[in-house]
Design a protein around this ligand. Structure first.
Ligand SMILES: [Zn+2]
Length: 160
């Protein structure tokens, strides 16, 4: 992915992503995208963060209000996609109320996972989706440090 231009997200898919962010608000939504442009497909996932938090609040201090976790079959399909003909291109999640930045926690998780994908963060506010921003792993110096992911594209929001 890293050498490619940022993916294009058709209007209908963006609306689907924004509707998902709205449905989960004030919690984070999560999921992933296959393909690009006209072939793009949205796979909504269940945010399992609350389950993790309930099982072990010390290991998982965050709840679905400020974290996301993809698990089970959805995680399996994600991982297996990289060996198939239709790999996942983007993992997305929403940030309720706090803006579309790539947090230190987002970076840690992305670096630990090491998936060859970009990350889309959806800025979900009380009365609108403000925007969505695509982040990509930076090449070159200090790729493990803060700022390892940089914004490569943004998408206009909508009243949803
Ligand atoms: Zn995040």
């Amino acid at each position: 992915m890293a050498d490619d231009a940022p993916i294009s997200i058709p209007e209908a898919a963006l609306r689907d992503l924004y509707a998902h962010a709205r449905a989960e608000f004030p919690n984070e939504c999560c999921g992933y995208l296959y393909g690009d442009g006209p072939t793009l497909e949205v796979r909504r996932c269940k945010n399992r963060q609350d389950q993790l938090h309930a099982l072990d609040p010390e290991a998982h201090p965050r709840t679905a209000a400020n974290a996301y976790n993809i698990g089970g079959r959805e995680l399996l399909d994600l991982v297996r996609s990289f060996e198939g003909e239709r790999p996942v291109t983007v993992i997305y999640h929403s940030h309720p109320r706090v803006g579309a930045y790539f947090s230190a926690e987002d970076e840690r998780a992305a670096i630990a996972a090491g998936y060859p994908v970009d990350y889309l963060v959806i800025d979900a506010q009380e009365d609108e989706i403000r925007e969505a921003v695509l982040f990509r792993r930076r090449e070159g110096e200090a790729p493990e440090g803060e700022g390892a992911y940089v914004r490569v594209a943004s998408f206009a929001g909508a009243k949803v």
